[in-house]
Design a binder for this molecule. Structure first.
Ligand code: CA
Length: 138
């Protein structure tokens, strides 16, 4: 299983990477949103852990672009802020989970396991035929 961790805080990223690698995952770490966006469009990942406050391109834009490319891999968002509006906005953008910092590594690992068990969400519930799209989720 290959994970992408997108986090600009070195100390936090090191800690999370170490824990996930010890748990047996291959982990790439992107230090900013632009790297994350490029890697996600070029490489295959099973799950993304995405910080929101990033230099260059923020996490919500990385997420929006990922879902616009119809990539259904699970996305676990890390945020410094516990705000209901933001949580709802991110879930609507296609995040699968939302954790508020400081993150307990054991909890993050448990959420990662849970999402990987479930596999990729079908981000696109619409059937596209020519110029028509039919929503199958209802
Ligand atoms: Ca950050």
């Amino acid at each position: 299983m290959r994970l992408l961790l997108v986090e600009d805080d070195d100390a936090l990223a090191d800690g999370i990477c170490r824990a996930l690698r010890m748990a047996g995952y291959a982990v790439d770490r992107a230090p900013d949103g632009r790297h994350a966006d490029t890697w996600l469009s070029e490489r295959e990942y099973d799950l993304v852990i995405l910080d929101l406050g990033l230099p260059g391109l923020d996490g919500s834009e990385v997420l929006r672009r990922l879902r616009a490319r119809r990539q259904g891999l699970p996305v676990v968002v890390l945020s410094a802020r516990e705000m209901l509006d933001e949580r709802i906005r991110l879930l609507d953008l296609g995040a699968d989970d939302y954790l508020v910092k400081p993150v307990a590594t054991a909890e993050l690992e448990a959420r990662v396991r849970a999402h990987l068990r479930r596999g990729p969400s079908n981000a696109d519930n619409r059937l596209h035929v020519g110029g028509l799209s039919l929503d199958l989720s209802g």
